[in-house]
Ligand binder design. Structure first.
Ligand code: CUA
Length: 313
């Protein structure tokens, strides 16, 4: 199967797709063979036993026990194979692996909203890690909707006042279409979204920004986001109250007295150093407990945090 799918089925984007497709093509080819057999026999018999004259006297036909047994046994076996195969596929579709990553989905006339475990919220785009099972816990705030990702071969009704779920594991980094497949009103047909499957690292990096694209924020807003996400908020207040570390209020441009008796003005370079190398200068009266892991922040993130601190006057 190529990347764009086949005549009958769209591309395969999840671990479930090959199983569903295998079953589909089994039923399909059984159907093709039976169709050809029935139609072929019909045409042959119509010719073979056609009326040859007005005084035709055909020989009496006697049944064949073998043939009758065959058309009882063979279809029974086929139906049992299809049932067993289908039931197993149904169970696989229903039961999410226990290590699934959980995302909440809320349907509403006429949009999808996705909420991640860290509180990040997106609409219209569901980002998921590739190669990891993802379970969606879904509900609706108004009417019946249905969540359908053809490339993943999953479809599930989304109901008000009740949770339903689907799970899938994306197998490649790509963008897949989401449809609403339960008629839900005027804009039902435009109730669309995308699933964007990312590598695990890329997904984590995206998630860290809270589902917000930093390029859409000004530096102070981005800094405010990082202030919460990087847990600066745990030690540094912005209202002047004392915490484990100094407050950010009025910090920018202030004179800082250090434990070793020296002092400096809190300018951009001082703040940068204090974030990436917290032990370099210890402000008087505070314990040297800030962890050094903020050295891994990017230049953009540092600039945003400094802009945020500057704004706390
Ligand atoms: Cu929602 Cu159709």
């Amino acid at each position: 199967m190529n990347d764009n799918g086949t005549l009958w089925l769209p591309e395969q984007g999840s671990t479930l797709a090959p199983e569903i497709d295998g079953l589909f093509y089994f039923v399909y080819w059984v159907g093709v063979v039976l169709f050809a057999l029935v139609i072929g026999c019909m045409i042959y018999f119509a010719y073979r036993y056609r009326r040859r004259s007005h005084a035709d006297r055909p020989e009496p036909v006697h049944e064949s026990k073998w043939m009758e047994a065959a058309w009882i046994v063979v279809p029974t076996i086929l139906v049992l194979v299809i049932f067993t195969w289908g039931f197993r596929a149904f169970i696989d579709l229903q039961v999410a692996p226990t290590n699934s990553y959980e995302i909440d989905v809320q349907a509403q006339k006429w949009a999808w909203q996705f909420k991640y475990p860290n509180g990040a919220v997106t609409t219209d785009t569901l980002r998921v890690p590739v190669g990891r099972p993802v379970r969606l816990r879904m509900s609706s705030v108004d009417v019946l909707h249905s969540f359908f990702v053809p490339a993943f071969r999953v479809k599930q009704d989304v109901l008000p006042n009740r949770y339903t779920s689907v799970w899938f594991e994306a197998t490649k980094q790509d963008t897949f279409q989401v449809f609403c497949t339960e008629y839900c009103g005027t804009l039902h047909s435009s109730m669309l979204a995308n699933v964007v499957a990312l590598g695990q690292d890329e997904f984590n990096a995206w998630l860290e920004t809270g589902g917000v694209d930093p390029s859409e924020l000004d530096p102070v807003e981005y800094g405010a986001l990082l202030y919460r996400q990087q847990a600066c908020v745990g030690c540094h207040s912005v209202d002047g109250s004392d915490g484990v570390g100094p407050t950010f209020q009025g910090l920018y441009g202030a004179q800082r007295p250090f434990e070793d008796g020296t002092s400096a003005v809190a300018d951009d370079n001082y703040l940068r150093e204090s974030i990436v190398e917290p032990s370099a200068k210890i402000v008087q009266g505070y314990p040297p407990v800030m962890p050094p892991n903020y050295a891994s922040l990017t230049e953009d993130q540092l600039a945003a945090l400094i802009a945020f601190i500057e704004a706390q006057q």
